[in-house]
Design a protein around this ligand. Structure first.
Ligand SMILES: Nc1ncnc2c1ncn2[C@@H]1O[C@H](COP(=O)(O)OP(=O)(O)OP(=O)(O)O)[C@@H](O)[C@H]1O
Ligand SMILES: [Mg+2]
Length: 255
């Protein structure tokens, strides 16, 4: 399988703090690749360096064959790589459908030509159909006309995934997609993600609730204190003494 995302020796320093220290990972196409590690070990910072929120101090980020190191977020979106945030950030006053429509690519039209050419009418109709289809895929179609602030925690997480799909992304990075969600809903979210993976999407998932998420993972990277400490299949990583030691006292199951 081809690598969709590669980081080569990514380092991110905040003053004297080395939040990410020479981290190299590979995310293969159509996989659920998971990034684990205790609080503050640098997971979100690594994702931020990959998606243009932060510029790495050193190292390279490759998306397919393209070097995207230091690119702004909107350009990374254009090549097909988006991320969700630890705390979902929908437009709370807008409906579920409008949030999805807002994430879509739009060719736009010159304001003076728009009343005559009206190409945008067909485009808007197409986008509307596509958005409803995406909402069906993430089981939010029954909520399309609700303001997004009325959604529950699990539905808000799925709305984030829907926005990623609407953007036409090939790789979606999810920062704690099941954080703050009850176990049954967490399984439901991960099942949807697994279905989308089968359809061809690739996921890079940061998650603390290893016991629930690991069974869905194809490959896991474990970090501690900014460095990679282990990588492999879920059972290889979760049985790695270095990983167990990091979680010692909490127990891997409870992290
Ligand atoms: N913008 C910033 N400025 C300064 N320090 C930062 C910044 N962002 C993160 N840090 C620090 O970098 C380190 C790594 O933080 P990061 O948020 O990447 O960890 P994390 O693994 O995502 O943690 P969590 O599991 O709690 O979300 C922490 O010590 C954090 O305080
Ligand atoms: Mg984080």
């Amino acid at each position: 399988m081809r690598n969709l995302l590669v980081t080569e020796n990514i380092t991110k320093k905040f003053g004297g703090l080395v939040a990410v220290n020479k981290v190299s990972i590979e995310v293969k196409e159509q996989t659920f690749t998971m990034l684990i590690g205790p609080n503050g070990c640098g997971k979100t910072t690594l994702i931020n360096c990959c998606t243009g929120i932060l510029k790495p101090t050193e190292g390279r980020v490759l998306f397919g064959d393209t070097d995207i190191t230091g690119w702004p977020t909107h350009k990374i979106y254009e090549v097909g790589f988006v991320r969700s945030f630890q705390i979902p950030l929908p437009f709370l006053g807008l409906t579920v459908l409008d949030n999805v429509l807002g994430a879509m690519r739009n060719s736009g039209e010159a304001p003076l030509k728009a009343p005559f050419r009206r190409l945008w009418v067909q485009e808007e109709e197409n986008n509307m159909e596509k958005a409803m289809e995406i909402l069906r895929r993430v089981r939010l179609d029954n909520h399309w006309d609700k303001p997004s602030h009325t959604l529950g925690a699990a539905q808000l997480k799925m709305l984030e995934v829907a926005k990623g799909l609407a953007s036409g992304a090939r790789l979606i990075a999810l920062d704690e997609p099941i954080g703050g969600v009850d176990p049954a809903s967490a399984d439901e979210i991960l099942t949807h993600v697994a279905e989308l993976k089968k359809e061809g999407l690739t996921f890079l998932v940061v998650e603390h609730r290893i016991d629930i998420a690991a069974p869905y993972a194809d490959y896991i990277y474990a970090m501690d204190l900014g460095r990679l400490i282990s990588q492999g299949t879920p059972s290889e990583v979760l049985n790695d003494p270095k990983v167990i030691e990091v979680y010692l006292g909490k127990g891997v199951e409870a992290c």
